[in-house]
Design a protein around this ligand. Structure first.
Ligand SMILES: Cc1ncc(COP(=O)(O)O)c(C=O)c1O
Length: 431
């Protein structure tokens, strides 16, 4: 569900015509719909209302401070994985007690800073990390709070191998058997209060079934731990709810909630969710301009001014993004977004970027209405894991980001310049 819609063959974000916007701010540019962002947050909240959850938006999915602030203003907490993300959350005015801090490699400096800020929870990934957090809290004369990240050994067959995390053999968390021992050893620590369990199965998870399996395993563990007089008052079920890369592909929030809420209701547990993609994914598009059209053998290539350096997902995960011109004839106005568009007059095309890598492909063998040099293409569902993964590879400045609300458009991150590319190299220092 999003507010990127065609009107008389022209693509709009809410009430802003994207061709006009691109002419004014240039390309490539990420464009976000405020209404879509807020809609997903509110709908998710509504679906899980019976549990009164704390929704900690996953900053890693789309971390512009103006977008973080939109959600923080609506009561959201944040899931962060680095000192840099914590810095973003602070700048956006997020309540620090609503921060959960994950990540397998937190440094001492990052831990100290987070304890000083009185964050809600550290999601703890190993025995060594627990001991380190506890020792740092002790040295600061403070009490930290921890959730133990467990691996319930559950995964979704539809999740890409590079983004599945709930299996036993991942670098994240500890397996359930080790979790018992973990709580027995550390569950009564005074400097890091370990009273919560965290899981994250991977992303995207296209069905509630893996959550049900994992939560049931976790509830059994919680019962066992409580029977040993250990306090477990919180469960964090992570992120992973899907986004609509193709129309109607992701389950509704109600579908997830109908399966998950009854399991957790009345269990004396505060519930935390860590959604990223499901809120940000459909809220953003990447606009790119066609530079050249060429053929290679039997192939037709459309070369655009954006690529893997600005949207890595197709190259990294073979991810599908629907791509369509922003300005089309009536017969090519898409009523849905899909890999197979059943329309007359489409041309089989590879859409590629300018980077000197054969893998710089945004879409392969895709039916596309005829396009010409200078046309504008929209790469849909690019809000999550888009701009946050953008690099300056090949010394290409990163795109601008624009936030649309109704008929207003605001640049929330200016386009990088060549000076930005070299700014940090201007001063040298002997060491
Ligand atoms: C621990 C954790 N929580 C939440 C998320 C957010 O996942 P998603 O964007 O699929 O909701 C991730 C993604 O990698 C994660 O690792």
């Amino acid at each position: 569900m999003d507010w990127f819609q065609y009107r008389d063959g022209q693509l709009f974000c809410e009430d802003v015509n994207l061709d006009k916007l691109a002419s004014s701010v240039g390309t490539p540019v990420y464009v976000y719909s405020q209404r879509t962002f807020e809609h997903h947050f509110e709908e998710l909240n509504k679906a899980f209302a019976e549990l009164d959850p704390l929704i900690c938006y996953s900053i890693k999915s789309c971390g512009n401070i103006h977008l973080i602030k939109l959600l923080a203003d609506r009561g959201a907490g944040m899931d962060v994985v680095s000192g840099g993300e914590l810095h973003r959350a602070k700048l956006a005015g997020v309540a620090m007690n609503k921060i959960v801090y994950a990540g397998v490699g937190k440094t001492d400096a990052e831990i100290r800073e987070a304890i000083d800020a009185d964050i809600g929870y550290f999601n703890i990934e190993s025995e060594a990390e627990f001991e380190n957090i506890s020792a740092i809290a002790r040295s600061l004369g403070k009490t930290a709070h921890g959730t133990l990240r467990i691996n319930p050994d559950v995964s979704d067959p539809n999740t890409h191998a590079k983004t599945t995390t709930g299996k036993k053999e991942t670098k994240f968390g500890v397996d359930i058997d080790r979790a018992r021992k973990f709580f027995e050893t550390y569950g009564r620590d005074e400097h890091c209060r370990l009273t919560a369990i965290h899981l994250h199965l991977g992303s995207p998870i296209y069905s509630p079934a893996p959550y049900v399996l994992a939560i049931n395993k976790t509830l059994t563990l919680i019962e066992e731990l409580r029977a040993k007089d250990l306090t477990i008052d919180t469960i964090d079920i992570g992120g992973g709810f899907a986004a609509d890369y193709e129309s109607g592909r992701s389950p509704s929030y109600e579908t997830y909630a109908e399966a998950i809420v009854p399991l957790l209701k009345g269990k004396g547990l505060k519930v935390i969710l860590e959604p990223g993609r499901t809120i940000a994914g459909n809220a953003g598009v990447l606009l790119a301009r066609v530079q050249y059209i060429k053929t290679g053998g039997r192939k037709k290539f459309v070369i655009v001014d954006s690529g893997m350096h600005q949207l890595l997902r197709p190259a990294m995960y073979e991810a599908f993004h629907f791509i369509w011109p922003t300005n089309v004839a009536p017969q090519h106005e898409p009523s849905r977004r899909s890999e197979q568009m059943d329309m007359p007059g489409l041309e089989m095309t590879d859409i590629v970027g300018p980077i000197c890598e054969t893998g710089d492909i945004l879409a392969k063998e895709r039916g596309l209405p005829p396009v010409a040099r200078g046309d504008l293409l929209a790469i849909f569902t690019a809000g999550a894991y888009g701009m946050v993964m953008a690099s300056q590879y090949n010394a290409m400045p990163r795109p601008a980001e624009v936030l649309v609300s109704g008929s207003n458009a605001t640049i929330i991150r200016r386009r990088e310049t060549y000076e930005d590319l070299t700014a940090l190299e201007m001063e040298t220092a002997s060491v």
